[in-house]
Write a new protein. Structure first.
Length: 91
């Protein structure tokens, strides 16, 4: 069975948000079947950085993207979440 890796661009509410703390909150909010595949950062403007977060989920599980995005909405340090890439992987 393969997996799907979804990359999200996550915008913090402010430049003062600690991205390391935000990463911990993201990992804690994920359902059991999902895991973080990697992180990156993208400069936006005036010191604001978006967090690029790749989440790995099983490809046969339905409704997972909506569930993950709802969990992200519950994190107060996140202002906006955009899915930017979805790809299938065999690992």
């Amino acid at each position: 069975m393969g997996s799907v890796v979804v990359t999200y661009k996550i915008f913090p509410v402010d430049i003062t948000v600690d991205l390391e703390d935000l990463k911990r909150k993201i990992e804690a909010s994920l359902p059991r079947f999902a895991s973080v595949h990697g992180y990156g950062e993208e400069p936006i403007a005036f010191g604001l950085k978006a967090l690029l977060c790749a989440i790995k989920i099983p490809e046969d599980k339905s409704g997972t993207l909506e569930e993950i995005e709802k969990k992200f909405e519950e994190i107060s340090e996140i202002s906006q979440v955009q899915p930017v890439m979805v790809r299938r992987t065999s690992t």
